[in-house]
Every structure is written in structure tokens, then in C-alpha cells.
Design a protein around this ligand. Sequence first.
Ligand code: GH3
Ligand code: MG
Ligand code: MG
Ligand code: MG
Length: 313
Amino acid sequence: ADVELEEKAGVQLETEDVEKVTENEKLILVVDDDITMVNYLKENLENQGYMVLAAVTGEKALQLFYDHKPDCILLDLHLPDQNGLELLETILGKSHSYFIPIIIISSDDRKETRIKGYEIGAVDFLAKPFAFDELKARIENRIRYKELISNAVLLDELTGAFNRKFFNMELNRYLYELNRRKDILSLVILDLDHFKRVNDTYGHNIGDVVLRGFAQFIMANKRSSDYLIRYGGEEFILLLPHTKREDAEIFINRLLADFAAVSFPTDKGSLSITFSAGIVEVENPNIPIEDYVKMADQALYQAKDLGRNQVIV
Ligand code: GH3
Ligand code: MG
Ligand code: MG
Ligand code: MG
């Protein structure tokens, strides 16, 4: 019956659509068992340029949260399968809740309910009926704040890539998804070749420019669903969801060829640099991810041994 409700709501986006969400498009998850409300919110939010996902049950909401990491969640407290406050607690209990703001929208506007919501961790509470323009302002406000926090906590300052904290959070989430969907993921370790020489010859400032240039190059060429993480000094991890090792290898070989053509201007003439890479395919969620990282690292060392500027699978 829940599935029927969802179909009637007609708001369930296909996974493909969601994967097309660009970095600038904001995704909002609406959780409400009232189809009229869901449709009202969907229409109005879409008119404001948001992408909207909807769930009429707590279970579906949790799944969409895991799979799509929305930028904001609008949560009704009265759901058919569970109490909205419990769902709130479950989502916020995840280490990978990603600072996603949850706004309660409820017809139960008693002071005790509002207090409970805030205590558990909702960032805002709006009583039904509400004015859409006020909801819109609150959503914008919360998303702005969420981005500030996420960028401050999860991005590497020098390169703009994600940091290791993000890596740990994202892997937790991904392994859950892997378990559920029997999906695959390729994990690639990238390391700049003879980078010490760049620092020694041109100085640390140019070293930093090259490091940033490398990260920007990868980010400009990857898919929006891929993640680049600065894992160590001049070592990066690239996560390629839904990608087999063979396809990862083709992609990395293209990056190797294209990056060789990139040159960085310096006082001492222009400079080119190469990198080496190791790939593993993550297909068993029961193997600890550190083991996969080690395997990718071994492949990387092999690439270095074989003369650098290459990828080993
Ligand atoms: P290999 O090809 O074997 O990887 O040689 P390599 O010289 O790149 O390897 P190694 O790991 O010995 O050197 C990495 C260098 O990266 C040493 C370190 O000073 C430099 N490095 C690490 N982080 C930064 C950074 O943030 N900025 C700059 N400029 N250099 C960095
Ligand atoms: Mg309801
Ligand atoms: Mg290196
Ligand atoms: Mg290194």
C-alpha cells in the first residue's frame, strides 16, 4: 500500500535523474504521508529550482537519505510506519549525516513536540499550515549554513578536494549502499611522480601551485558523482561509484595522457609533471576498506617501480 501511495504521489525520481543533479542544484527530501502536501511542496520547490525527492514512509525516507544525501530534509512527524521523531533520531545518529539540516513541518504544534524536535536535533520547526515563502526563506538559510559548515569541515584548504574526514564518512555510507544494492566501486590512489624534485627545484610555493593544479585537473575531468580526496601530502584517492576496474583503468589512462600535456609556468620556465596510480575494485562490503586501500597502494608502488607515469590494476 505504501508503494501505491508513492506511485500516486508520482514524485519518486528515477536514480538516473538524481545522478544528473549538478553540484549547483539543491536536492530536497520531502517526508510526508499526505500526498496533497507532497505534491504542493514538490511543485512549489521545483518552481524555485530545487530537485525534490519524496517519501511517504519512514523506511523509504531513510533509504533516499542514504542513497542521495539531500541538501535539506522536510519532515512530517506523523508517518504510517514510524514516529517522525524516531526517524529524526535515526538519521542524525549516522556518522555520515553530513550536516544535512532537517526542518520539521507538523500540524502537531504543541510546545512539548517542538522542544523534543529541537532536542533530538531538528534545526527548525514550522507549524502547518504555513506560508510557502517563509518555508523557502528558512530552507535557503539552512542550506547556506550547511554548505559553510561542510566546506569548512570536509574540504582540503589548499586543493579544494575533500579531506580524509570526508573519506571516512563517505565510505561508511557507500558500504551500506553497496550491501543493499550489490553495486561496485573502484578506488584509485594517485600520487605525483618525483614531487620532491618540484619543491627542491622550484620551491614550495610552486609545489603548492602544482598540487592545486593537479587536484583541479582531476576535478574538472571526473563525473559529478565521483569523489576526489586528498589522502596525504601529494597523494589522492579517487572514488568511482558504479565503475568496474576496467573502466576505471580506461579513465585513468585518459587522465595520464591529458595531464602530461598540462604545463605550469614558473620563473625557471614551464614545468610538466606526471603521476602514478593504483586501482582496486571494491565489491565485498565485508572486507575492511583499509584492506582495499592497502591493495590500491601496492598497485601504486608497482606503478612506481615500473617507471611511474602509469596505472596498475
Ligand atoms: P615518488 O615518485 O616516488 O612519489 O617521489 P616523490 O618525490 O613524489 O615522493 P615522496 O613521497 O618522497 O615526496 C612527496 C613530497 O611531497 C614530499 C613533501 O615535501 C611534498 N609535499 C607534501 N605535501 C605538500 C604540500 O602541501 N605542499 C608542497 N609544496 N609539497 C608537499
Ligand atoms: Mg503526516
Ligand atoms: Mg610522489
Ligand atoms: Mg607520496
